[in-house]
Design a protein around this ligand. Structure first.
Ligand SMILES: [Zn+2]
Length: 202
């Protein structure tokens, strides 16, 4: 509802929608809305289409659960990747951060979350079953645990190590160069490169 604000209902509604986005406060939501109001209609259409496409055209890679528009993501579909290594990340955007360093050439597995008892997220709520099925009878030699260096990420890494070590697969963890409490997607390239290069046995 407009609640008597001195603006059009449509404007108020867009401000409300922008305000729901992470990192967008009320002032930024207003700025974006008034910017779009003045922008060419084509730009507004492109934005609306891009938002719909990201919901309608994307799916999860059938192997690594990365975001893709086809059955396999570009990484799983490539014959240039080292299939003996799988790097485990919490979110698809972590792959973007790691790929940006160009230091890693193996495959990935996206958990889509981390174990967090305080938030009621257990091992069955993230893509661990899919990972274990993938590892069974595979030729994977190393699993790199690249979960976030925070409480949930550490708990998840410990849990995975217990499951994967008995399979005879080498389990490593990103080096400690990453400050505790941060998230992978916000780490800079230099820090991430050092973390991958300096990875240690779990
Ligand atoms: Zn994939």
């Amino acid at each position: 509802m407009n609640q008597g604000l001195p603006t059009a209902e449509a404007v108020y509604k867009l401000i409300q929608e922008f305000s729901k986005l992470p990192g967008i406060g009320p002032k930024s939501a207003q700025r974006l809305t008034y910017y779009l109001l003045r922008a060419p209609e084509e730009q507004a259409n492109q934005l609306a289409e891009a938002i719909l496409s990201v919901k309608q055209k994307t799916t999860l890679c059938s192997i690594c659960l990365n975001i893709t528009e086809s059955a396999l993501c570009l990484i799983c579909g490539s014959d240039q990747r080292d299939r003996s290594k799988i790097c485990i990340v919490e979110q698809p955007q972590d792959i973007l951060a790691l790929e940006h360093t160009r230091i890693y050439n193996g495959l990935y597995h996206v958990l889509h979350g981390a174990i967090s008892p305080t938030e009621g997220v257990g091992a069955d709520d993230i893509k661990i079953k899919e990972l274990m099925e993938r590892l069974q009878g595979s030729s994977v030699e190393e699993v790199i645990l690249a979960t976030n260096p925070n409480l949930e990420g550490e708990q998840t890494a410990m849990y995975l190590n217990k499951l994967i070590s008995p399979l005879g697969i080498r389990v490593t963890r990103l080096a400690r160069g990453l400050p505790f409490g941060t998230e992978l997607e916000y780490a800079d390239d230099v820090t991430l490169t050092r973390a991958i290069e300096g990875r240690q046995e779990f």
